[in-house]
Design a protein around this ligand. Structure first.
Ligand code: GLU
Ligand code: ZN
Length: 497
């Protein structure tokens, strides 16, 4: 690897399900590493013991694995680097860059209010009091009184933050625990990060990080050897890129509670990782003009440029993602589709007893299923009639299309008689022709006549094409189900909801 190859990092905090915005951030970092021969580092920012849980760390690792974005290096864990942050705190304290502050939040607000200041920031009360460390006092970073911090952003150009608008922010909590900016900057230095690519929500903290970085550099701070040799001087500032916010249909920031943002849930519903990654790539970026929106990972690697990322909010459009997933499913080789369906069909989650599943029967049905599902999680309901002893019972479908259809008894009776004579020629084509004749005999269009047959046999109003379904199910089970339904209907023995 070239000595100056980029080093990017994905630095999630394990505070919940893996958010689609995080997945997009991981992808854009991964792309930069892949296209430049660089290194993509994973760092778990788990300093906040109250909000972090081990299961969320596992969730991050398994989601990245699912997306095909395992880290090249790491995971590093901030919780294991506490000593290092304390070294930095001591160095900044000794150099006078931090001061102790015992003010409570309410005290600051009250003082600001009585001074007629409506902005929430810290008023500098303890700045020059020379308070000692300890006694539960927070440590604040002394920001310059004037001047401007410029964030050179690959996506937005130079973003300027006047120092006069920046307060002396808390870098270390009263408990002694380092806060985000401090740990983040110390790590980026030790890990020799060259590009900080992250969500726009963190842009307001970036000038703080830049000030912290410069202070450490000024005071002769050296690296700890996490990457490269220990004792190297603080490197130059990394490049920055703040990725556009993701919004919902109402163009509001995605909400963890209201919007479907957990990557895990897309995996569980049967989205394909390749489709998901393709869609993530469109959140703030698009392929070169005239190229389709469906592209391979390799194409994305070769086309992607941070400079081409858009800065306006990106709509996370679940319908579009789902549509795209359907296209990916239909483009699969049939044998790959069958293979990809296995977890939904063979696991404990399958809606039939484990020994009822027959892979050959599924393989016979798979081509028509593949044409009709948009996510793999829809597959079991398409084929459960093949593996369950009796079809599912959907009261609504029965009420509407069997009990509620006064032609149903005649249709079922005619179908039974007609299908009996097909036993020796049980093919979708023959069943189709026979059912057309049944429809005609009762004065119905084919579609209308099919409904009671479909519900009697599959239990559902929608599903795979009926005649292919009957062919695979075979004459014995088809006829038994038709007779059973006709019998129940005649006897008025239809369970209600
Ligand atoms: N840990 C931060 C977060 O999850 C991101 C830090 C970074 O990318 O710099 O929001
Ligand atoms: Zn104070």
């Amino acid at each position: 690897m070239a000595p100056d190859a980029p080093r990017v990092r994905f630095a999630p905090s394990p505070t919940g399900y893996f958010h689609v915005g995080s997945a997009r951030t991981a992808l854009f970092n991964w792309l930069v590493a892949r296209q430049s021969g660089g290194t993509y580092v994973l760092r778990i920012e788990d300093t906040d013991a109250e909000r972090n849980r081990e299961e969320w760390v596992d969730g991050i690792l398994s989601a990245l694995h699912w997306l095909g974005m395992d880290p090249d290096e790491g995971p590093y864990r901030q919780s294991l680097r506490t000593n290092r942050y304390h070294q930095a705190i001591d160095a900044l304290w000794d150099a006078g860059r931090l001061f102790a502050c015992g003010c409570t939040h309410d005290e600051v607000i009250a003082r600001n209010k009585s001074a007629g200041i409506l902005t929430p920031g810290y008023d500098g009360h303890c700045r020059d009091l020379g308070l000692a460390r300890g006694d539960g006092r927070a440590l604040r970073f002394r920001t310059p009184d004037d001047g401007t911090v410029v964030v050179p952003d690959a996506i937005r150009g130079d973003v300027e933050f006047p120092c006069s608008a920046m307060d002396d922010f808390v870098a270390v909590k009263g408990s002694g625990a380092p806060l985000f900016v401090l740990a983040n900057v110390v790590d980026d230095i030790d890990m020799a990060v060259t590009h900080v690519i992250r969500g726009e929500d963190l842009l307001p903290t970036t000038p703080r990080g830049i000030l912290m970085w410069s202070s450490l550099s000024d005071l002769g701070w050296t690296t700890d050897g996490t990457f490269g040799e220990a004792g190297a001087p603080t490197p130059a500032l990394p490049a920055f890129a703040h990725l556009p916010m993701l919004v919902n249909e109402a163009r509001k920031k995605l909400s963890k509670r209201k919007d479907p943002v957990a990557v895990e849930s897309y995996r569980d519903q049967g989205y394909l990782p390749e489709a998901f990654v393709n869609y993530l790539g469109l959140l703030g970026w698009s392929p070169p003009r005239d190229e389709p929106e469906i592209f391979t990972r390799d194409q994305m690697v070769s086309w992607f440029a941070l400079e081409d990322v858009n800065h306006s909010p990106a709509f996370f459009d679940v319908a579009k993602l789902t549509h795209m997933n359907g296209e990916y499913i239909r483009a699969m080789a049939p044998s790959d589709f069958v293979e990809a369906c296995r977890p939904w069909l063979e696991g404990d989650a399958a809606p039939w007893p484990a020994d009822a599943f027959d892979a050959a029967v599924f393989a016979a049905m798979a081509p028509v299923v593949q044409e009709r599902v948009t996510v793999l999680g829809e597959v079991p309901a398409m084929v459960d009639f093949l593996f369950c002893d009796t079809p599912v019972f959907d009261p609504d479908s029965w009420a509407k299309s069997v009990v509620g259809d006064d032609g149903a008894p005649a249709i079922l009776a005619a179908a039974i008689a007609s299908y009996e004579s097909l036993r020796a020629d049980w093919t979708a084509a023959a069943l189709h022709a026979a059912t057309l004749a049944v429809a005609e005999s009762v004065g119905r269009k084919l579609g209308k006549a099919q409904a009671p047959i479909r519900i009697a046999v599959t239990g559902r109003r929608v599903g795979p094409p009926l005649f292919e379904a009957l062919e695979v199910l075979g004459p014995d089970r088809t006829l038994a189900r038709l007779r059973d339904a006709a019998g129940r209907l005649a006897a008025g023995d239809v369970p209600s909801a």
